[in-house]
Design a protein around this ligand. Structure first.
Ligand SMILES: *[C@@H]1O[C@H](CO)[C@@H](O)[C@H](O)[C@H]1NC(C)=O
Ligand SMILES: *[C@@H]1O[C@H](CO)[C@@H](O)[C@H](O)[C@H]1NC(C)=O
Ligand SMILES: *[C@@H]1O[C@H](CO)[C@@H](O)[C@H](O)[C@H]1NC(C)=O
Ligand SMILES: *[C@@H]1O[C@H](CO)[C@@H](O)[C@H](O)[C@H]1NC(C)=O
Ligand SMILES: *[C@@H]1O[C@H](CO)[C@@H](O)[C@H](O)[C@H]1NC(C)=O
Ligand SMILES: *[C@@H]1O[C@H](CO)[C@@H](O)[C@H](O)[C@H]1NC(C)=O
Length: 202
């Protein structure tokens, strides 16, 4: 009798703490509810930071066309959110606004061979689903930020052919998912490292 009472109170305690836990986690994610409108806002902010588009490629990046049909944009089938942004070889000039950090479902970010310049905003570190970063052959500058070592799923990381300077952050070597890093053709101080699983060009 005494024992079952004890067990009951333990159970109530667990339920009690379970409720607190659920309440806390709902609060945590509830504050950051986003949808495809968030993605649209982030991409329109990017468009506003593009100062040169000689082929007028981004003409249909406007509210009259659904975001998932914008040139260079692919949405994931499951969440219907922007999963791939491929602006490679479009002859674009511009900078990267912090708003791109709002593309929370982004898996691939391809900006290869354009004239993007400036530094990379730390808000990009919010992109927890990123597997590929391709910024090769642009005019980005500044140091390679430490937060590049914080993407939990990053597999391919290419910054070659820019004006990045400074040293290679050691955090990058901590990414167990990483398969390829190419940091060549920058002004970095560092070493060439190659292991069985990881190729790094500096
Ligand atoms: C996205 O969420 C906002 C509120 O956060 C809402 O006003 C808007 O209608 C939503 N858009 C879609 C497409 O669900
Ligand atoms: C957007 O523009 C591109 C060409 O720049 C075109 O291929 C694509 O079909 C257009 N999408 C829509 C929905 O008009
Ligand atoms: C990215 O876009 C460029 C230009 O439209 C195209 O040549 C390239 O194949 C695309 N890359 C991928 C992986 O889709
Ligand atoms: C998107 O990001 C910007 C800058 O990082 C922020 O100010 C803004 O509130 C964000 N918008 C949404 C809808 O999350
Ligand atoms: C970038 O692409 C253009 C054609 O779109 C090409 O002429 C040029 O050689 C490319 N630059 C690099 C560095 O690959
Ligand atoms: C590497 O990751 C481990 C565990 O996540 C962490 O404790 C350590 O500080 C990291 N090292 C660097 C250089 O980021």
């Amino acid at each position: 009798m005494e024992r079952s009472r004890f067990l009951l109170s333990i159970m109530l305690l667990l339920v009690h703490y379970g409720c607190i836990y659920v309440a806390k986690s709902t609060l945590g994610t509830g504050a950051a509810q986003t949808n495809i409108t968030t993605d649209q806002g982030a991409l329109l902010a990017l468009k506003a930071h593009i100062t040169g588009d000689p082929q007028n490629i981004l003409v249909n990046w406007s509210a009259t066309t659904s975001v998932c049909n914008w040139v260079g944009v692919t949405c994931g089938a499951r969440h219907l959110r922007v999963s791939v942004l491929n602006l490679s070889y479009m002859g674009l000039t511009g900078t990267i606004p912090p708003n791109l950090g709002n593309l929370s479902f982004l898996v691939e970010m391809r900006f290869k061979n354009n004239s993007f310049h400036g530094t990379l905003p730390h808000e990009l570190s919010y992109l927890r689903r990123l597997k590929l970063i391709s910024f090769g052959y642009n005019n980005f500058m500044g140091i390679i930020p430490l937060w590049f070592g914080s993407f939990p799923k990053l597999q391919s990381f290419n910054l070659y052919g820019n004006q990045f300077s400074g040293s290679i952050p050691s955090t990058i070597f901590n990414l167990s998912t990483l398969q390829v890093i190419d940091l060549s053709e920058n002004q970095l101080s560092g070493t060439y490292i190659s292991t069985r699983y990881l190729r790094i060009y500096c």
